[in-house]
Design a protein around this ligand. Structure first.
Ligand SMILES: Nc1ncnc2c1ncn2[C@@H]1O[C@H](COP(=O)(O)OP(=O)(O)OP(=O)(O)O)[C@@H](O)[C@H]1O
Ligand SMILES: [Mg+2]
Length: 447
């Protein structure tokens, strides 16, 4: 049945928190509200200060509420790929009822049977994705309910994540006064959203260039095969500019956004612009090529790290090549640089929704789409983890709180709209820690 109802996506990023409210009418998606607020309380994609993150989320939610003209109560949140693990799982039960007709209860029970395994104490099960069922030996069944059988088997995927990351994320969302409908594996939603069927089948790599981290994800045979998190992103590019040119982080960000290019060979040393330098009363002149060389050094290092991990798993040979997205991919020249370093076909993905044609929004849109695509079988199986026994219905638009369409953005966001100048503070010193080890390997587990 085509979806009808409201879905809100919440992307808790290191640089900014994005919110998208979408109304589905008979499966048709209309974006009715958007929020994008400066993020505080995260370091390299991970929540390190719950209270500050709560305030940032509330700012972004308020913006989206004003635009949509509704109160947001429920959200679908992305879980970053840090230390994520996925494994196949399988369960089998005897069908319960006397009639032997398979019910919701049987599906929940077979999912529970598939969950029985030892999970290390520092990890927890985040999600179970049923892939197919077998009824009395008949394979390939997507929804066994209503069928008659004695033996029911389920085959699926099980995602586990670090308890601390999952706990911090869920309690932050709750503290922000929101109900967490779905905790969505972010690279799973992203790859499903932006790749075509063929790209997902034959194999394609997606590189999400965030502010605090870069996530490389490989989709092949329509399954998420691999993720790697490199705790380096666009904020590091800005910090390099700030350090080399001896200018503030805010100035450096403005330089990057207004004049930056990651591909020096197409820039000119004759194009100059003034830069306020700490300790000098007069601005100094910097040329475009010099700025570009500073940017290139960091972005090149980021792509080289992606190349290493992709080469290890032979993913550079996949026919779909590489798709870049995330705010960092807005930088001119990244596609050309990635092409040189990775030596594969590279393209940029920009969302195609009115008002959101900016790769900053790719992730949050994918969360909404993913949440809206989840079916009853998913929700029933999820009950095996949460104990929930009812299938949730999407929030309906209450008559009194109907969206105010006049406020829906009619033009695309420009950098000024999300206030780069007052967006940033000097980044905190980012010492080594858990995240330096952050590598979410889904090591070719299906092969
Ligand atoms: N037009 C632009 N030109 C250059 N860089 C840009 C532009 N727009 C955004 N960025 C950069 O994109 C980065 C933010 O991207 P994004 O919003 O995807 O990250 P995030 O989701 O907040 O962080 P993360 O995913 O790492 O937790 C910042 O470093 C910002 O400087
Ligand atoms: Mg992000």
């Amino acid at each position: 049945m085509a979806k009808t109802g409201l879905y809100t996506g919440l992307d808790i990023g290191t640089t900014s928190i994005k919110v998208v409210v979408a109304e589905y009418i008979e499966g048709q998606m209309n974006i009715i509200g958007v929020g994008n607020a400066k993020s505080e309380g995260l370091n390299r994609g991970i929540i390190v200060d719950i209270d500050k993150t709560v305030q940032s989320i509330q700012r972004a939610i308020r913006q989206a509420e004003e635009k949509a003209g509704i109160k947001i109560t429920n959200v679908n949140v992305g879980l970053p790929a840090n230390l994520l693990q996925v494994e196949t799982c399988q369960g089998m039960i005897a069908v319960n009822s006397d009639s032997k007709e398979i019910t919701d209860e049987d599906v929940r029970n077979v999912a529970s049977a598939a969950l029985v395994r030892s999970v290390p104490p520092e990890r927890q099960i985040v999600s179970i994705l049923p892939q197919e069922f077998t009824v009395d030996g008949f394979e390939g069944i997507k929804d066994p309910r209503g069928m008659i059988g004695v033996r029911l088997e389920m085959f699926g995927l099980l995602f586990t994540g670090p308890k601390t990351i999952v706990h911090n994320l869920t309690s932050t969302v709750e503290k922000a006064g929101l109900v967490l409908d779905e905790l969505i594996i972010a690279p799973l939603a992203l790859t499903e959203s932006i790749l075509s069927d063929g790209e997902r089948d034959f194999g394609t790599t997606v590189i999400d260039m965030g502010g605090g981290q870069t996530t490389t994800a490989v989709m092949h045979d329509k399954q998420l095969k691999f993720t790697d998190v490199n705790p380096e992103g666009g904020e590091f590019v800005t910090r390099d500019i700030s350090v080399v040119l001896n200018t503030s982080f805010n100035n450096a960000e403005a330089l990057k956004v207004n004049y930056g290019d990651a591909y020096p060979s197409r820039t000119s040393s004759n194009e100059e612009f003034p830069v306020d330098v700490i300790g000098k009363s007069e601005p100094i002149k910097i040329d475009e090529k010099y700025l570009s060389e500073i940017i290139e050094a960091r972005v090149e290092q980021i792509f080289q790290k992606s190349r290493e991990v992709l080469r290890d798993i032979d993913a550079l040979d996949l026919p779909g090549g590489v798709v870049l997205t995330g705010g960092g991919a807005s930088l001119p020249g990244v596609v050309e640089l990635a092409q040189d370093i990775l030596d594969v076909n590279v393209k940029l993905f920009v969302p195609n929704h009115m008002g959101l044609r900016n790769p900053v929004f790719t992730n949050v849109i994918s969360l909404v789409e993913y949440a809206a695509s989840l079916n009853d079988i998913y929700h029933i199986s999820k009950g095996a983890i949460t104990g929930e026994r009812t299938i949730p219905k999407p929030t309906q638009v209450a008559q009194s709180a109907a969206p105010n369409y006049s406020q829906v953005p009619q033009e695309d966001y420009k950098p000024d709209d999300y206030g780069y100048d007052d967006y940033y503070e000097e980044p905190k010193e980012k010492g080594p820690g858990l995240l330096d080890k952050a590598k979410g390997f889904l090591n070719n587990i299906f092969d």
